[in-house]
Design a protein around this ligand. Structure first.
Ligand SMILES: Cc1cc2nc3c(=O)[nH]c(=O)nc-3n(C[C@H](O)[C@H](O)[C@H](O)COP(=O)(O)OP(=O)(O)OC[C@H]3O[C@@H](n4cnc5c(N)ncnc54)[C@H](O)[C@@H]3O)c2cc1C
Length: 451
């Protein structure tokens, strides 16, 4: 039976980052992915926020991954009686600087997995891990759906939200329903010239009081987001499984909200709909863990011979539901920990405790999973104060997103740390902004193994 140093479960956003680093360190690394092509089964929006690129693994920043559109601003609209009652456009940066990049999961994750394979990691696709091999309380490998046993000295679980392996192994528990949001995304074709004219390099959010019936009650879900791509747009919205103490029929509600939106909101009817053609439902009611409950945050993220990263560890950020940056950061930290543990010949729980220490010291991970901005919108439901509504929209999703207590503090701390570690950080960020923007303009990216 072949034995690996490290087995990484999942080739989504986090897995390839961990696999590449382990392979670069000379470890015999296997990445096991249930889908035929990396990213094919990853469910996401997706705009990857810029802090992931600036402070995540250098190979992403220095590469040419396939992106769909640079996102330089967030336009926040408050809808009242179908009309736009208030627009906040305060969160914007001048191109080529961006707030994030929109991307498709399949090509982006394939690009990441290609980099891991280039470094020497072995990728096995169409292989589902169904169980962990546990010996004397230590994880020693994985079992696949055919019953094949694959042994390793450490397993890194990057299997995402819906993967139950750590639950099956008794390490973690299921997320509670209060912490789960169901989400739905539609896919509309729209000629690039129209996306450029109607949205430019913005993504757009629509907020409203419950009586508008175009989204979950404030604070109980994601307001309606328009993710903008090269020549398509993806409106998406979500609601928590439990809303105001009740269990509503969220699957039906999400469809109803979107039908009401398209039937009543002038911005849609006049500016967007004439140029957009429905291609299909991109993700039909999928769960996102988006909770802020301490009991879900306190679940273990490591065990003997086992490290859990990204969504599987509950690291999806609570305010926007963005989880790619934390998947990258945690995968990077897990790989460092695995490398140190294997060098020391000690993969025990007590040695791997340093993984949690480093996660806690990361400027973003704990901050973003404890970020109460979205849940705090619930206060508006009680006060019904319009000025407060506008102020909170600007403070949470507009320029206030960069307040020190929101994302400003973590970004400043991470920037200071990056510059102290590498004097060339600033020039590498500027180069990335320029190169990514030029790549997008020319629609030219690195070739993928699937091309
Ligand atoms: C609707 C929606 C919208 C989102 N929008 C955004 C956004 O705009 N920006 C953002 O940053 N984040 C967004 N996220 C979150 C983001 O997609 C995740 O945080 C991110 O994908 C987490 O990376 P990961 O590696 O932990 O898991 P994933 O990327 O989900 O990767 C898990 C991988 O493991 C594989 N896998 C699972 N189980 C097994 C198994 N048993 N055996 C083998 N392989 C397995 C899966 O096929 C998959 O490839 C969104 C999520 C959802 C659901």
């Amino acid at each position: 039976m072949e034995t690996y140093d490290v087995i990484v479960i999942g080739a989504g956003f986090g897995g390839p980052v961990a696999a590449k680093k382990c392979a670069d360190a000379g470890l015999k690394t296997l990445m096991v992915e249930r889908s035929g092509i990396p990213g094919e089964k990853v469910i996401s929006g997706l705009v990857i926020p810029i802090y992931g690129f600036l402070f995540g693994p250098a190979f992403i920043r220095n590469g040419n991954p396939p992106i769909e559109r640079p996102i330089c601003s967030v336009v926040n609209r408050i809808v009242k009686g179908g009309k736009i009652a208030f627009t906040d456009h305060s969160l914007k940066v001048p191109a080529p600087v961006v707030l994030g990049y929109s991307a498709y999961c399949k090509p982006f994750c394939t690009w990441l997995a290609d980099r891991a394979v280039e470094s020497g990691a072995i990728l096995r696709t169409s292989t589902t891990v169904t169980d962990l091999i546990v010996e004397g309380g230590s994880v020693r490998g994985v079992i696949t759906e055919t019953g094949e046993a694959l042994r390793s000295r450490i397993v890194i679980d990057s299997g995402g939200t819906q993967n139950m392996l750590s639950i099956k192994a008794g390490i973690r528990k299921k997320f509670v329903p209060e912490a789960i949001e169901l989400y739905m995304i539609w896919d509309f074709e729209m000629p690039k010239a129209d996306v450029d004219r109607v949205f430019g390099t913005s993504m757009e959010f629509f907020h409203a009081m419950p009586e508008e019936k175009i989204g979950a009650p404030l604070g109980y879900g994601s307001t309606l987001y328009f993710f903008t791509y090269r020549d398509s747009i993806h409106p998406g919205l979500g609601q928590f499984l439990i809303t105001e103490g009740k269990v509503p029929n969220v699957q039906k509600l999400l469809r109803d909200y979107f039908s009401n939106f398209t039937a009543t909101v002038t911005r849609w009817k006049q500016d967007i709909a004439p140029h957009a053609k429905l291609r299909g439902v991109m993700w039909d009611v999928c769960p996102i863990y988006a909770g802020l409950l301490p009991e879900t945050r306190e679940m273990p993220i490591y065990s003997d011979g086992f490290l859990i990263v990204g969504d599987a560890a509950g690291f999806e950020a609570a305010a926007f539901g963005d989880g790619v940056p934390n998947a990258w950061f945690s995968a990077d930290i897990a790989a460092d920990t695995a490398i140190e543990a294997l060098a020391a010949g000690d993969t025990s729980r007590s040695f791997l405790a340093r993984y949690e220490e480093k996660i806690k010291a990361d400027p973003f991970i704990i901050h973003t999973i404890s970020d109460g901005r979205r849940w705090n919108m619930r206060e508006i439901l009680k006060s019904r104060d319009e000025n407060e509504f506008r102020r909170k929209v600007r403070d949470h999703w507009g320029i206030g997103a960069f307040r020190y207590g929101n994302m400003g503090g973590p970004c400043l701390r991470a920037a200071r740390r990056a510059v102290a570690e590498d004097g060339k950080s600033i020039s590498s960020w500027l180069n990335m902004f320029r190169r990514y923007y030029a790549n997008w303009e020319q629609n030219r990216f690195d070739r993928l193994s699937t091309d």
